[in-house]
Structure formats: C-alpha cells, structure tokens
Design a protein around this ligand. Structure first.
Ligand SMILES: Nc1ncnc2c1ncn2[C@@H]1O[C@H](COP(=O)(O)OP(=O)(O)O)[C@@H](O)[C@H]1O
Ligand SMILES: [Mg+2]
Length: 504
C-alpha cells in the first residue's frame, strides 16, 4: 500500500455520533496500520497506532481503515492547494469518476482486461481448464455449418480412458462395431464443439474473436450465454481434425434453439411447461401465448442489457442463436460476429455475413463512414462519448423487435414469410405502423394487441430506423421499462410456478 501520511497528523471522522480519532502518538488501540510513503520515499514505513473509541459492532474495522486511508491520501495530495483549487480538484475527480463509470464502463473494462482476465487465465491454468485436447472428446453429430465453422455435439470423457471404444463406452454411448453411432441423449458431460475452418479467409480471426468474447462474458455476464469450457488446437490430421485447426468447446445447454421451437406448429405452447414448469391454468389461450412470448422477450432483452452494459454488441441476434435450456433459460450463443466498441474489438464487419432477416437497416453498428476505431486504449477512453452519440447497442434491439414480431404473428414464423415481410418493410421505409396499414388483415395481430396493444407499441419502438425522430428505437434498458414488461403477468407466472414447485 503506497500512501502518504504525516506522523503528526490527526484525522477526525464523524460517524453515527461516534468520534473516531486516529493519532500516531497514542498507542492504546489494537489497530496498527503500516503505510509506506511516497513523500518520504517508499522505504520509510510508518507504524501508526490508531487510538479510536470504536464501537466495533457499528463501524466495521475495514471500513474505518479504508476511510482513514482515503482521507489521509486526499489530505496529503491537497495539502498544498488553496481552497478553490481543492474544490476544483474534487470537481475534476467527480467528473472523471462519472465519465469512467458511464456506459460502457471504461473503468470496469480496464479492471476486467488488465486484472480479471489474467487472474482467470492463471486460475484456469492451475485447475487445468486451459489444457483441453482433441482426445478429451468423443465427437458426435454435426449440428450446423456456418461460413467459418462447423458445429458438432460431443461428450467430454475422463482423461484416464485410453482406447476409442472405451471412451465411447465410458461416455455413456453405444457403439456399433467400432463406429460411434448416435450420442446418447442422456450422456453426462455433453458438449458442443465448433471447429474453426482452416484456409478460409477471416475464419481464424472469427474463431479468435469468438473465444475472446466467450472468456470476456464468462467473467462479465456468465448467466447470459452458454458456459464456455475453453479451446484446443488439433495436433494431428485425420478425417475430423486438421493439424493446427482450432476447436472451441461449450457446455451443451439444451437440445433446441428458439428457432426450433418457433418453426414447430405448436409454438408457443411447446414452451409453456419449459418456461413456467407447468400448464398455465385459468387463462385463455391467446393470453397464455402472449405470456410465454413475453417471458422469452424479457429474458432475451435482460441478457442484451447485460451484454450491452459491458460494451458488447452481439450483431447476430436471431432465434437460431438463442438456446433454450431445460430450466427455461434463454442462452445467447454464437459471439463470432460480436463487437466490443469499448476496446475496438472486431469492429470492421467485412468478414461477417450477418443474417439479413434480422439485421437492422443501418447494417453497421456505427455509421458507415467510421471505417475503423482508434487503437484500443484511445477507443476505450472515447467509448462513453461514442455510446452516447451513436448508441451502437440499438443494432441488437432491432433484431429483438423482429423476433418479437415473428413469435407473435403466426404467419411470420416461417423463413419465407419473414423474407417477404422484410421486403415489404423496406418498401415502407422501416415504418412498422405504415406496414401494418398495408397488410389489410393478412396477419393476425391478436397477441400484440393484448393489454391495450402494449406488445404492438413495443414492436414499433424496436423495429424502426435508428434515431428516427418519430419512434426512436429503444435500448434494452428502456425496453425493460416499457409498459409491456412493467405491467406484464409473465413474471408472476414464473414466481407462482417456482412456489408450486418448492411446496411440492
Ligand atoms: N452451447 C450450446 N448448447 C446447445 N446447443 C448449441 C450450443 N451451441 C450451439 N448449439 C447449437 O448449434 C447450432 C449452431 O451453433 P452456432 O454457434 O450458432 O454456430 P454457427 O456459427 O454455425 O451459427 C445452434 O443453432 C444450436 O442449435
Ligand atoms: Mg449461429
């Protein structure tokens, strides 16, 4: 601890009518503070005995020591300043604090990047979490393929298992001859593996960004996304692996994405027991559907608020990138296209083919003329101004609006209908009210029109041109304050379902 203190100074603290006296000359208290000084050079150590009439039950020792330390430091720094200069200093410190803690949080970001990330790395290494190998997994079905990666299901197997057959057996799976058939859905330690493509331009960077964002979110907002288990680089080439190719690994969070549920004929009833753990009784079917959709929206927007608070914009929000867990949680996945405006990470979007059905009209998180951000520390310093002026987080909120519309209007749930809707919306200048005027009863707006049309109102405030004066797209925080959520009955249903579970 580097601090400055005068051996003759006495600090008085008034707190809860208790006067606390710190004096270096008295030796009657049990507290001893060791402070090294800058002014007297750091090898000068003062041992200061605190004489304090303390009521330990009222004022915690740690708080007193902390207060004393801060006051003494402040005193020593401002000792030579005039009264006016002291106020100036205070005002500057206050403003600096406000700026550094304003969204997206330069201070917290710096602490995360320079302190938490290295600590996480050391802890992960100590517990062996950064030493995954290809041989730790049995790889199963291919689940999907994007431009830069191929996604597989898989199972993590214990290290002490050697042969392939043994691995498959220990992982709880059946084998036919020596070939792995299907992974047992009940197998423990199920994982999702993403093989980053080798030799495709931009794929390597994409994999690195996805890994970076997953580590970052595992510290900043772990509940919002799939649990990231780490990565490994293949050390040999065979039918599956390419030597030097990177693989990313997550916990398997659930067998179906929101897209799988939405395209099912029974949506949204197919999520009723998942979201509320029981059938909602005594409510008519349209209201029930509206509550299920509202709960999904609430979870998604809450997660978006959390990631936006950390400076991250996902940029690929769509039902296929929302995994529904067995416990009814909606987890964000696929952060390969994400960008962190605070530090200028993955800003330039040239490699990222965003999904046009969910992408806002502006296409970019910042105006197109902003081709690159300044180097990381400068970008970090400027980021509060950038967020204030450009609101890059609103990019994801447009996608959230499209998801709301798609869930609530049954005939928009298919991919082809959504494409058609997007064409019509573009022709209406991204004005949703205008589009509705043109639909002439082709669509069923009943769910959105429930409760005096609060859902419809929210949709019009999400699906709009960014900063359009007429509607002004809502941020995640503002959306959560919208009457649609504030006066929603979905939370009550969740609480009731939990209560009925715990009393069973
Ligand atoms: N952690 C996970 N748990 C369960 N399913 C997942 C998980 N991660 C991905 N998936 C499934 O794999 C699909 C593709 O994964 P994603 O990361 O979106 O890759 P892509 O880049 O191909 O879109 C998802 O739509 C989802 O169905
Ligand atoms: Mg995806």
């Amino acid at each position: 601890m580097a601090a400055l203190i005068s051996t003759t100074s006495t600090t008085l603290l008034q707190h809860n009518h208790h006067t606390v006296c710190f004096s270096p000359l008295k030796t009657t208290t049990p507290y001893t503070i060791f402070l090294s000084t800058n002014r007297f050079k750091s090898n000068y150590i003062n041992s200061i005995k605190c004489n304090a009439f303390l009521d330990n039950n009222i004022i915690p020792k740690e708080l007193l020591l902390e207060l004393d330390y801060t006051l003494v430091k402040f005193q020593s720094v401002t000792e030579d300043l005039s009264g006016l200069q002291k106020w100036g200093f205070l005002a500057f410190a206050g403003l600096a604090w406000i700026y550094l803690t304003a969204r997206p949080g330069v201070l917290v970001g710096a602490i995360d990047a320079y302190l938490m990330a290295p600590i996480q790395m050391v802890l992960d290494s100590l517990f062996g979490r950064r030493s995954l190998k290809g041989s730790d997994f049995v790889i199963g079905d291919k689940l999907g393929e994007g431009s830069f990666g191929v996604v597989y299901s898989g199972v993590l197997v214990p290290r002490n298992v050697n042969s392939a057959e043994e691995k498959i057996q220990k992982s709880g799976n059946k084998i036919k001859g020596k070939v792995l058939t299907k992974l047992d859905p009940k197998a423990k330690d199920k994982v999702i593996l993403k093989k980053v493509k080798v030799g495709i331009e931009g794929a390597k960077e994409f994999g690195e960004y996805e890994e970076w964002f997953n580590y970052r979110l595992s510290r900043a907002a772990p509940e919002t996304c799939a649990k990231f288990l780490g990565s490994f680089v293949a050390d040999k080439t065979n039918s599956l692996f390419t030597k030097g190719g990177k693989w990313l690994v997550w916990k398997f969070e659930g067998g179906r994405s929101l897209a799988d549920y939405i395209t099912d004929r029974n949506f949204p009833s197919n999520l009723e027991s998942v979201m509320f753990r029981r059938a909602l009784q005594g409510i008519d079917s349209s209201k029930r559907d509206a509550l299920i959709i509202k709960q999904i929206m609430r979870q998604m927007v809450t997660s978006l608020k959390k990631i936006h608070d950390t400076g991250i914009v996902h940029r690929d929000i769509k039902p296929a990138n929302l995994v529904v867990t067995k416990q009814g949680q909606i987890k964000l996945i696929d952060f390969g296209s994400a960008t962190d405006l605070r530090i200028g990470k993955n800003y330039v979007p040239i490699f990222n083919p965003l999904d046009p059905d969910y992408c806002p009209p502006e296409l970019y998180v910042l105006p197109e003329e902003t081709t690159s951000l300044p180097p990381e520390p400068i970008a970090a310093f400027l980021s509060p101004i950038l967020w204030q002026l450009k609101s890059p987080d609103l990019f994801d909120m447009y996608s959230a609006g499209i998801i709301l519309l798609q869930m609530a209007i049954p005939t928009l749930r298919s991919a082809s209908a959504l494409k058609n809707f997007n064409l019509e919306l573009r022709n209406c200048g991204y004005n949703l009210k205008k589009w509705r005027g043109f639909t002439r009863g082709r669509f069923d707006f009943q769910i959105l029109d429930e409760d005096s049309g609060r859902g419809w109102d929210l949709a019009t405030k999400l699906i709009s041109k960014r900063n359009s004066p007429a509607s002004g797209r809502l941020s995640a925080a503002a959306a959560l304050r919208h009457p649609y959520f504030l006066l929603g009955g979905d939370q009550a249903a969740v609480v009731l379902s939990k209560l009925s579970f715990s009393t069973r």
